[in-house]
Design a protein around this ligand. Structure first.
Ligand SMILES: Cc1ncc(COP(=O)(O)O)c(C=O)c1O
Length: 381
C-alpha cells in the first residue's frame, strides 16, 4: 500500500532552487543537478516546523540521541557497527572530500574517471597531482580496472578517492571488488576516502551497498567514509553530512584541517538528519520503488533509441547516457535545443555523455523523455 505521494507536482520556482532557477523564464525542463523534485518525508517537515517554532537559533551541538540515531541507522541498513566518536560532522560531503585530500600525506591521489568533478578538484585544491583510472565496461556495468589501478600506484600515492555507489554510472561495487580495493589500499598503505552519499539509493534487484570500511579492521583503519542524508531524503539545501573515521590519528588530522575554517553542521540540518534516520525508512522504501519505476521509463526510452546507450544502473537517480553514436558536437547542447537541461558529461570527464536526473515526478519525467524523443526523431529527417 502506498502512503507517500511521489506524483505530486511541487512548484519549485521562487524557492531558492538551483535546479529550476537555472532555466527560469525559458522553456527548458531541468534534469541536471543531483537533487529530487519530491517533498521530504513528512516527519522531517514536522521536526523542522517544531524546531522553527521554538524560535531561538543559536550556536549548536550534536546531542547524544542524534549520534545514537546515526549509529542505529548504519547498523540497521549496512550491518556496520560504528562508534559515536568516529563521527565528524561537516556541512557537506564536498567539504569533507577537500579535508580528506588535505589531511592525508603524499603528493598524489588516485581516483577513477569519469567522475563527479570534486574528486578531481579536491586533490588539486590540496596541491596534489591526480592519477585517474578510466572505469571499464564489464558485463554491461561500469567497474574499476584493477589491473591499471595496481600499475598506477606508486609510493607517492597515499590516498584513493572512491565513489560508491558511483556517480556517474550508478555502479554499486560488489563485495569481491571492495575486497580487492581494500587489499590494495592496505598493501600500499593508502587511505581510502569513500564517498557513499548515494548509499541509500540502491535500485538494482541484486545490488547491495557495503561500506568498504565495514569489511575488516585493517581497511577501517585506512578509511574516511563520507555519508549524508542529503540525497536520500532530499535535504541537500540543509547542509548536513558526516565523515566516519575509525582511526583516531587520522580523525584528528581531519579535524585539525577543519580548524576554524570549516564550520560544523547546521542546526536545521541536524534536526532534519535525526528525523530522517529515526523515521524515514518507510518513505525511503517507497522512494526506491518509485525510482525503480522511473528508471524503467528511462531504460525503455534508451532501448527505443539504439544510438543511445545506458549500462546497468544499480543505484542513484542519475542515468549516465552514452550519446557518442549521435555524432553531434555536444549531446548536452543538442538536447538543450529541444528543451531539456541535462548535465553535460564534459565536467565529469566525457563530453560524449549526458546525465539525466530521473528523481522527479513521472509526469515530469515523461515530458523530459518526450522532448528527448523529439530530439532523437529530428536526426532521422
Ligand atoms: C558523489 C557525490 N558526492 C558529493 C556530492 C555533494 O555533496 P554535498 O552536497 O554534501 O557537498 C554529490 C552531489 O551530487 C555527489 O554526487
Amino acid at each position: 500500500m502506498q502512503h507517500f505521494n511521489f506524483d505530486e507536482i511541487i512548484d519549485r520556482s521562487h524557492s531558492h532552487c538551483e535546479k529550476w532557477d537555472k532555466y527560469q523564464g525559458k522553456d527548458i525542463l531541468p534534469a541536471w543537478v543531483a537533487d529530487m523534485d519530491f517533498k521530504s518525508p513528512p516527519q522531517i517537515i514536522t521536526a523542522l516546523q517544531e524546531r522553527v517554532t521554538h524560535g531561538v537559533f543559536g550556536y549548536t551541538a550534536v546531542d547524544d540521541e542524534t549520534l545514537q540515531t546515526i549509529v542505529d541507522f548504519i547498523k540497521r541498513h549496512y550491518n556496520w557497527e560504528i562508534q559515536k566518536e568516529w563521527l565528524v560532522f561537516t556541512h557537506g560531503v564536498v567539504s569533507s572530500m577537500n579535508l580528506a585530500a588535505l589531511c592525508v600525506e603524499g603528493d598524489t591521489v588516485v581516483t577513477t574517471t569519469p567522475i563527479y568533478p570534486h574528486f578531481i578538484k579536491a586533490p588539486k585544491f590540496a596541491g596534489k597531482e591526480v592519477f585517474t583510472i578510466a572505469m571499464k565496461e564489464e558485463n554491461n556495468r561500469w567497474t574499476i580496472d584493477f589491473e591499471r589501478l595496481e600499475q598506477a600506484i606508486n609510493p607517492t600515492c597515499k590516498l584513493f578517492m572512491l565513489c560508491n555507489p558511483y556517480n556517474p554510472g550508478g555502479t554499486v561495487l560488489k563485495k569481491d571488488e571492495l575486497e580487492k580495493l581494500a587489499t590494495l589500499c592496505v598493501k600500499h598503505d593508502m587511505i581510502i576516502c569513500s564517498d557513499e552519499i548515494h548509499a541509500d539509493l540502491i535500485l538494482g534487484p541484486d545490488a547491495q551497498h557495503i561500506p568498504i570500511a565495514s569489511l575488516n579492521e585493517a581497511i577501517a583503519k585506512h578509511s574516511i567514509t563520507l555519508m549524508a542524508p542529503s540525497k536520500t531524503f532530499n535535504i541537500a539545501g540543509l547542509q548536513a553530512s558526516f565523515a566516519i573515521i575509525p582511526d583516531m590519528s587520522l580523525r584528528h588530522a581531519f579535524q585539525k584541517k577543519m580548524g576554524s575554517m570549516v564550520g560544523g553542521i547546521n542546526l536545521l540540518g541536524i534536526t532534519a538528519m535525526k528525523a530522517a534516520y529515526q523515521y524515514g525508512d518507510a518513505w525511503l522504501n517507497e522512494l526506491r520503488v518509485y525510482l525503480r519505476e522511473n528508471l524503467l521509463m528511462v531504460q525503455a526510452f534508451v532501448t527505443k533509441n539504439p544510438s543511445l546507450k545506458l549500462l546497468n544502473q544499480e543505484a542513484t537517480f542519475l542515468a549516465w547516457i552514452d550519446a557518442s553514436a549521435l555524432h553531434v558536437k555536444s549531446p548536452y547542447e543538442f538536447f538543450l535545443n529541444f528543451g531539456v537541461g541535462l548535465s553535460d558529461g564534459a565536467p565529469f570527464g566525457d563530453a560524449n555523455f549526458v546525465r539525466l536526473n530521473f528523481g522527479t515526478q513521472k509526469a515530469m519525467l515523461q515530458n523530459v523523455l518526450n522532448r528527448m524523443q523529439k530530439a532523437m526523431d529530428s536526426l532521422k529527417d
